[in-house]
Design a protein around this ligand. Sequence first.
Ligand SMILES: [Zn+2]
Length: 301
Amino acid sequence: MRFNPKADISGGRVKDVRGGGGGGGMGNLPIGGITGGGIGTTIVVIIIFVIMQFAGGGSGAGSSGPAETTDRYEQCQTGADANESADCARVAVALSLEGYWAKVLPQQTGKQLQATQIITFTGGTTTGCGSASADVGPFYCPTDMTIYLDTTFFEDVLEGQLGGQGGDFVEPYVLAHEFGHHIQNLLGTMGRVRTQSGPTSDSVRLELQADCYAGMWTRGATGTTDQSGVQIFESIDEGDITEALDSAKAVGDDRIQKQGGGDVNKEQWTHGSSEERMRWFTTGYNATSIKQCDTFATDNL
Ligand SMILES: [Zn+2]
């Protein structure tokens, strides 16, 4: 992956916050259907988690007052910056995701893209879905239409606990998956989720579809541009696709269950197997229409 040094990435909607909650940890995050202990718990949440419901009435925030935005991304102005720093790469990827879906969504569904944003935090923060602690992997909160992530997740969990191979395209895959949940939110797909676990559950279908959408963006990313029409990416190569697939494999439910030292129990699946996740990413990568990502319309997950 290489960004175009000349691209203007200053419009990327990413901000970093400090303070403002975290006191309650995961306990306040009503993550339905999460089962298993230890690594399993961390992981299922992971990547990729979508918070489907949230406790009504109050966010359950910590006592430290409103979060403050930091200057973490102030230096991220160009594609050259994105080539130099993972923080700026995140900003550039956010801009590319927005550009891609702002075009593809209306073309293929007639719906307009609504703004989302990415908020990074350290330790904990308050979200529209309750308090998030560092234990929680990247997730999308439909209530405030925001993607949240503690960036230590990638090294500590995805490469550490889950044994992913890493690489600079791991995070773009994860962000694209979360952005996929935003697309599902806008399309009303999230409201179709009734069954929360099991190999053909709605939850698994939702997650595999987000992987499929991530594949679609990966294929189209090199065509995305900044506000002046300058390409954001210079290249996304085979190695990047391999990294995305390896990450999809690392977060498969069967893999996570094995890494946690337990047996593979399909009835507890919420995100799909490694094989399914890789396959749906690939389906999206090769898709010519968003309809090909309709995981709700097939029995062949
Ligand atoms: Zn997800």
